[in-house]
Design a protein. Structure first.
Length: 652
C-alpha cells in the first residue's frame, strides 16, 4: 500500500509560481525600463536609502543612550556628510597637485621607454607600446610648452600656434547660466540626498509601518522579517566593508609614502572608495599608483615595491581580516555579484557599480520571504536551490562519481557516515527508484546510476577506518567501550534490483562503521543457481534491503528460502523510507511512496526476525544478539492426490 504525497505537497511547493511565463517576463522588462528611464529620480533615492540603512543603527544607538530623535539624527547626518565633504575636498586638492607634477616625470618615462625598446627589439609588442607611450609623452610636452609663461615674451618660433575658435557674443546672463548650471546639478543632487536621508531617519518607524501596510499587513511576521533582514544585511555590508576598506587603505597610504609615490593620500582615499566595487576595485585602485611608481623612479624599484605592497596587503586582508570581521554573508552568490555589477553599471553608470551589491542584497531578501520575488533568491542567492539528496541524484544520473564523492567528503566533515547515508545517500536512491517506477528512468540508466553509486560508496571506504580511529582515540588509555557491531558478521543483500544493491552497500558501510564485519551480496545471488553456492555459516544475520516501498511477495519469500537453508541465522528486511525532517522534498517530481506498516507486517508474517523502514532501526536490529525466530509453519488445506485416468494407466 503506497501513500500519494502529491496532494499534500502541492500546497507547500507552488512550482507553477516559479515558471517564467510571458506576463512575468513582460513585467520584469517593464520594471527595468522604468529604472533606466527614471534614473535621474531613482538614483538619488537609492543613494539616500542605502545611506539611511547605514546610519540607522548609529541613530538608534544614540536614541538608546537617551538622546532625542531629532538631535540624534542631525548628529549622525552631520558627522557622516562632513566626513564625505572632507573626503571630496582632500581628493580634489590632491588631484590638482598631481596635475601640476605630471610634467616632471617625463624624463623617467622616456628612459624606461628606451630601455623597453632596446630589450624587446623594434617590431615587438612591447616596442609598439613604447612608441605609443612616446607619442603620448610628446603630446603632453607640446601642451605644456604651449602654455604662456607669466612675465615672459613668447618669441620662440618653435612654439606651435594656439588654435583659434570663434565664439558668438553672449549676454552676461547667458554666460552666467552656462557657468552656473553645470555646478547646480551635482550640488542640488547632494542637497536632495542629504534632505531625504534626514527625513528617512526621522520617520523610519512611520516608513516601516507604511511599507508593511503596502506590502502585506495581513502577514506581519513575514513583512517584519523582510524589513529586519534587509536592513541588517545592507547596514552590515556597508559598515563592515567601510571598516575593511579603511584597514586596507591606511597601510597602502603609508607604504606608498615610504616608497616615494607622489600623492599617497590621494591613492589611499581612492583605494578606500574603489574597494566597494566588487572584485575589480582592488585592481583599479592599484593601477594608478603603479603607473606613478613607473614614472617617478629612474629604475624599477619603486614599481616592484608598489606591487609587493598591494599584494601583501591584499593577501592579509582577504585571508585574515575579512574572515575575522565579517560575521555573516551578504546572502548573494559571487557570480550574482558580478552579474549585478554589470547590470547596475549599464543602468546607472559608475554609481550603479558601487551600489550594485547593496541593491542586489535587498532583492535577494525580498525573494527569500515573498513568493512573488522568489526568482531573485533562486538566481542571485548563495543558498543551494536543490536539496543535498536531489543534488546527489543529479550527479549520479549524469555519471559524475568524482563530484558525488567530493560532495560526500565535504558533508562528512560535519556529519557521520550513518547520518549522510540516512539523509542524502539513500534518499537519492529513493528518487531514482521512484523515477524508474514512473518509467522516466530506463533500465540502462538505472544500471549506470547504480554503478556510479557503488563507485562512490567504494571511494568512501576510508571514512569507516577514520570513524573507528576516532572512537579509539577518544577512549584514550582507558578501556575502549565496545562498539555495537563488534563480534557481529552481517551479510547484506540487495532485494531485487541494482539500486537495491547500492543501498545495501551503504547499509554495509554503516554496519562496518559500528565495528561489525559486513559482507555484500548482489540481488542476483538470490537466484536458485547462485543461492545454492552461498556459504552463510559464518554469519550471524542477513539483511535484505529494498528501495521499493511495496516489494512483491515473491521478493519477500526469499526470507523463507534463507531460513530454510540456514535456520541459525537471523533474517531482517529494510524497506527504505524517505526521512521526514532532514531531507525535505522540493518538487512533485521527487515524491516517493511511503512505506506502509502492512508491508512490514507481511514480512514478519513470512518469517523475518525484524522488518524496519529506517536505517537506524535496521542497524540496531541487525546487531542484536538474539536467537532467530523459527520459520512459521505453513498450513496447507487437506487435499487428495488425483487418480490417473484410465487411458493414461493403459498407456503406462
Amino acid at each position: 500500500m503506497a501513500v500519494d504525497l502529491t496532494a499534500g505537497l502541492a500546497a507547500d511547493n507552488p512550482v507553477v509560481s516559479r515558471r517564467m511565463g510571458a506576463p512575468k517576463l513582460f513585467s520584469i522588462a517593464t520594471v527595468i525600463a522604468i529604472i533606466y528611464l527614471a534614473r535621474d529620480v531613482l538614483l538619488p533615492l537609492s543613494i539616500a536609502m542605502l545611506i539611511t540603512f547605514a546610519l540607522s543603527p548609529l541613530a538608534t544607538r544614540l536614541r538608546k543612550l537617551g538622546l532625542p530623535n531629532l538631535p540624534s539624527v542631525l548628529a549622525v547626518v552631520t558627522v557622516a556628510f562632513t566626513a564625505i565633504g572632507l573626503f571630496v575636498l582632500v581628493v580634489t586638492s590632491q588631484l590638482g597637485s598631481l596635475a601640476q607634477n605630471l610634467p616632471s616625470f617625463q624624463a623617467n618615462i622616456l628612459a624606461k621607454v628606451e630601455t623597453i625598446k632596446v630589450a624587446s627589439g623594434d617590431n615587438g609588442l612591447i616596442a609598439r607600446v613604447a612608441r605609443m607611450i612616446t607619442v603620448i609623452n610628446d603630446e603632453i610636452g607640446t601642451a605644456v610648452a604651449s602654455q604662456p609663461i607669466p612675465g615672459a615674451t613668447q618669441t620662440s618660433p618653435s612654439v606651435a600656434p594656439l588654435p583659434v575658435e570663434v565664439i558668438e557674443n553672449q549676454s552676461p546672463f547667458a554666460l552666467l547660466l552656462d557657468l552656473v548650471l553645470p555646478l547646480i546639478s551635482p550640488i542640488a543632487m547632494v542637497g536632495l540626498v542629504i534632505v531625504v536621508v534626514i527625513f528617512m531617519l526621522l520617520e523610519r518607524e512611520d516608513l516601516r509601518d507604511r511599507f508593511i501596510k503596502l506590502v502585506g499587513s495581513n502577514d506581519l511576521h513575514r513583512t517584519t522579517q523582510v524589513l529586519q533582514e534587509a536592513g541588517q544585511r545592507v547596514a552590515q555590508y556597508l559598515l563592515v566593508q567601510l571598516l575593511v576598506n579603511v584597514i586596507y587603505a591606511v597601510p597602502i597610504g603609508i607604504g606608498l609614502w615610504v616608497i616615494g609615490v607622489p600623492n599617497a593620500t590621494l591613492w589611499a582615499l581612492l583605494t578606500l572608495v574603489l574597494r566597494f566595487v566588487p572584485y575589480i576595485g582592488t585592481f583599479l585602485a592599484a593601477a594608478f599608483p603603479l603607473f606613478l611608481a613607473f614614472a617617478v623612479s629612474p629604475d624599477w624599484s619603486a614599481m616592484l615595491w608598489t606591487v609587493a605592497l598591494f599584494a601583501t596587503v591584499e593577501a592579509l586582508t582577504s585571508n585574515v581580516i575579512e574572515p575575522y570581521i565579517y560575521g555573516s554573508r551578504t546572502g548573494v552568490s559571487p557570480l550574482a555579484i558580478i552579474v549585478a555589477a554589470i547590470f547596475w553599471t549599464w543602468i546607472w553608470g559608475p554609481f550603479g557599480l558601487v551600489l550594485s551589491t547593496p541593491l542586489t542584497v535587498c532583492l535577494v531578501v525580498l525573494g527569500r520571504h515573498i513568493p512573488q520575488f522568489e526568482v531573485f533568491d533562486i538566481l542571485f542567492g548563495d543558498d543551494p536551490v536543490l536539496a543535498p539528496h536531489a543534488r546527489l541524484y543529479q550527479r549520479l544520473l549524469v555519471g559524475d562519481a568524482l563530484e558525488a564523492t567530493f560532495r560526500a567528503e565535504e558533508a562528512l566533515e560535519t556529519q557521520f557516515l550513518a547520518e549522510y547515508y540516512r539523509d542524502v545517500g539513500i534518499p537519492a536512491l529513493l528518487i531514482a527508484q521512484n523515477d524508474h517506477a514512473r518509467g522516466v528512468l530506463t533500465t540502462e540508466q538505472q544500471l549506470s546510476l547504480a554503478v556510479v553509486a557503488q563507485t562512490m560508496v567504494a571511494d568512501l571506504a576510508p571514512v569507516v577506518a577514520q570513524e573507528l580511529d576516532e572512537v579509539r582515540t577518544a577512549a584514550g588509555d582507558t578501556a575502549a567501550p565496545a562498539l555495537a557491531g563488534e563480534g557481529h558478521r552481517v551479510l547484506c543483500f540487495g532485494g531485487r534490483s541494482d539500486l537495491d544493491d547500492a543501498a545495501a552497500a551503504m547499509v554495509g558501510q554503516v554496519l562496518a562503521a559500528e565495528g561489525a564485519i559486513a559482507d555484500l551480496a548482489a540481488h542476483t545471488d538470490l537466484s536458485p543457481s547462485q543461492f545454492r553456492t552461498l556459504d552463510m555459516a559464518a554469519h550471524d544475520c542477513i539483511l535484505l534491503t529494498f528501495l521499493d516501498a511495496n516489494p512483491s511477495r515473491a521478493s519477500l519469500l526469499h526470507i523463507r528460502r534463507i531460513k530454510a537453508k540456514a535456520p541459525h541465522l537471523r533474517v531482517g528486511v529494510l524497506i527504505c523510507d524517505m526521512p521526514d525532517g532532514p531531507t525535505p522534498i522540493s518538487s512533485p517530481s521527487m515524491v516517493t511512496p511511503r512505506v506502509a506498516d502492512a508491508v512490514l507486517a507481511d514480512a514478519i508474517a513470512i518469517g523475518a526476525d525484524f522488518a524496519v523502514k529506517s536505517l537506524e532501526n535496521a542497524v540496531k536490529s541487525a546487531l542484536i544478539t538474539a536467537p532467530p525466530t523459527p520459520l512459521p509453519v505453513v498450513k496447507r488445506h487437506p487435499r487428495t492426490r488425483p487418480a490417473l485416468s484410465a487411458g493414461a494407466s493403459a498407456a503406462a
